[in-house]
Design a binder for this molecule. Sequence first.
Ligand code: TGC
Ligand code: FAD
Length: 392
Amino acid sequence: MGFKFKNVDFLKFDSLLNEDERMVRDTARGFIEDNLIPIIEGCYREGRFPRELVPLMGEMGFFGANLHGYGCAGMSNVEYGIVMQEFERGDSGFRSFVSVQSALVMYPIYTFGSEEQKQKWLPELAAGRKLGCFGLTEPGFGSNPGGMTTRARKVGDEYVLTGEKMWITSGTIADVAIIWAKVTEEDDKVRGFLVETDRPGFKADEVHGKWSLRASVTAGLSLQEVKIPASNLLPGSGGLKSPLMCLNQARYGISWGAIGAAMACYDTALQYSLMRKQFRNEPIASHQMIQEKLVWMISEISKAQLLSLHAGRMKDAGTLTHEIISLAKRNNVWMALETARMARDILGGNGITEDYPIMRHMMNLESVKTYEGTHDIHALIIGAHITGIPAF
Ligand code: TGC
Ligand code: FAD
């Protein structure tokens, strides 16, 4: 059941995009429509990540799409954002998988890696022949990653890593984990390490029982005296700033992704409200209270589109700051979650079923609100910036 998606464009937003950007949008939209939409409800019900789509995604250049060289597509940041929007219109968990592979695994190798590390890993990750995960969060340190207790000790020409990571997307399917750890010999400086997941002492256990992001793999990682060559250190990384730079990439993508989820919910609610009749045999869309909800949604989606496009143009110009990214992530995810709740309401009882995508988006967006910095942590980041007073 459900409806065929119709483009959501109140503001003539398309006129703000160039031909390449519209082409990227159509390609990503076609990929999701043809490959993900037909299977996503089943994947969600079964708690299954649709791994079979990975090779085609690699072929189509969707991994590390805004990186240049090493087999990457070299898209602009606006084009990359549009891809995230289209992927999350399909499913937030599916977009998460791509975000992690691109922004949290390929980006740190690209930015902090040696030439040898880049040559070895980036083409494989771009093609989807290898998958990665990003281990920052720990059981006791989520919003405050600076408190991490994972350690790396330098022993001869090796590092020995010990610690626990929690809530790690793609943890059990990754070939390589980017692990952030404090280096004992460097006064506990945080640095990034490439850890092949088949190394002795490395263990990943899937988190079961999630009611959110069910089509994405989430895991806890355990590292018990895992030995890696010293050459697996990402040499350009140093300090908490390094993982936070990766988060900027992912948060920027999420700001676009959330618009996609909201578009799916709004479009479903609009089409449903025009079809569903109650009282006087008239569509529920003829009632003022339904219209007010639809207008709220399209207004907020339109504003979010402008916000992400502005952020994207700034990112392409090299002027985007992390506080603006916080504002865009926080606003757009909140907007999408509110849109999902309103859309669910408009569908009445049908809104809670898998016949329509809304409830799935709504449950997914609860995670999106929390990960990559919670809604409130982003308020504190923006608050610290405008007042000069950190209130964490
Ligand atoms: P603080 O002292 O503020 O900062 C340490 C250093 O980093 C600099 N900095 C940043 N640099 C680049 N980008 C940013 N966004 C930055 N934020 C801060 C800062 O200037 C400082 O530099 P320096 O040179 O002085 O050393 O650090 P803090 O310990 O007080 O923490 C600040 C806080 C709360 C903002 C930060 O820890 C935070 O963002 N917490 C939220 C944690 C989080 O977002 N975790 C995400 C884990 S990954 C994930 O969720 C993946 S989900 C899957 C998917 O993406 O789809
Ligand atoms: P906490 O930090 O314990 O926060 C709990 C509550 O307290 C929140 O409401 C928060 O806003 C509030 N709070 C905390 N501190 C303050 C404060 N100072 N002032 C006011 N309120 C405060 N992490 C990774 O490293 N890699 C991944 O791939 C990854 N994928 C994820 C996938 C999923 C599905 C989920 C759910 C999480 C994932 N995460 C990942 C972890 C995610 O980034 C954290 O869950 C997030 O940063 C919040 O940390 P926490 O869950 O420990 O919550």
